[in-house]
Design a protein around this ligand. Sequence first.
Ligand SMILES: O=P(O)(O)OC[C@@]1(O)O[C@H](CO)[C@@H](O)[C@@H]1O
Length: 399
Amino acid sequence: MTEKTSHDSGDAAGVPVILSNEPGSFAWGVLAKRHPALIQQVRDAFPYGRQQHEALDTLLDEITNGVIEPLAPGEHDRERWEDWGQEHFGRSWHDAPFLWAESYFYRRLLGAVGYFGSGPWQGVDPFAPFKRAELRGEAVEEELRALDALASVPAHERAAALLHASLWGNRADLGFRVSAGEPAAGDAAASALVADDSALLWQLLPVGGSSTVAVVADNAGRELIPDLILIDHLLEQRHAEQVVLHLKPYPYYVSDAMTADVVDCLRRLTEAPGQAGAIGDRLWKAMAAGSLEVRTHPFFCAPLPYEDMPEDLRGEFESATLTLLKGDLNYRRLVGDRLWGATASFADLTAYFPGAVAALRTLKSDVIVGLEQEVLDGLERSGAAWRTSGTHALIQVRR
Ligand SMILES: O=P(O)(O)OC[C@@]1(O)O[C@H](CO)[C@@H](O)[C@@H]1O
């Protein structure tokens, strides 16, 4: 199930990289079940032509029975992908590192539907219908209405509530709901924080401290809405003078947020009554004033750990007072997608990261570090699938 990759750091030596070749494992299930189901969902959501159906058939056959094929000559990012792991071409999808295989799958899926081509389907996000449906749903409606009651609550309580909303928004990841038989997110009462460094997070962002916060977004829709509301709170209450929201340059992991998704969320907010509408208006103005900026970088869709980030991105994070990484995938990339001992030090594993960093994540994959031994013991005793089912969450911060 494991191997070392060419991107190993010295510190990680000996801790196995997660592969997906062990039947029954979480990673195996993603490749063997989730990805084929996703191909079907995307196929059903669009009136694609013959060419796209054939390309999707070929991709399905490749991930089921074949070996990993390189991008075709002439593809704009062929060299980049060769650089990111040409040693995996020609091998079973299940034998490549899980992170790499998942990431490359999304790249190939976009290729199959013509996203990067020069034809009429260029730039058409195959996941847009799912993202939009979520944004129009009753759950978002209710969440926005709840903001009215929160307006009269003291600022520090509101801050805590908004931080938690942004954290638990991560549970609403659409890819997570693709596989049949996967547990539903469960009710909020069953949720629990396995680590909570939120006090340190607020300490790092004192009111009036002229801070810049980098937020590395994860999912659109039900996650991005509370992320934006938290960003508004940071700006409005002067925990931050500037926020830079980092987005994916192209569709990724089903529901990951791109610029178009920010636009959809801001429209959704501004069109809402009450507090939600007011927040939307403030964020719209913040974009125009530059106190909220959106940026993107190809590295956000790279199959690599943040430890391998390029210099320009390193500079971005270095200049921030705090970088807030949202979601499970960002967590895997932050600490490394490996079978770490669950009590391994979060601070040590993120020491390479330029500047203070916070992870806000619901647990939806095998990677976990930074737990207290007694917390771990309790979780293990519970017998629940706490690492992967999204019922638990964490806020981990390294200053
Ligand atoms: O980053 P996110 O949206 O929180 O989670 C992405 C995710 O659902 O995708 C992978 C499975 O496809 C999992 O490893 C991971 O939990």
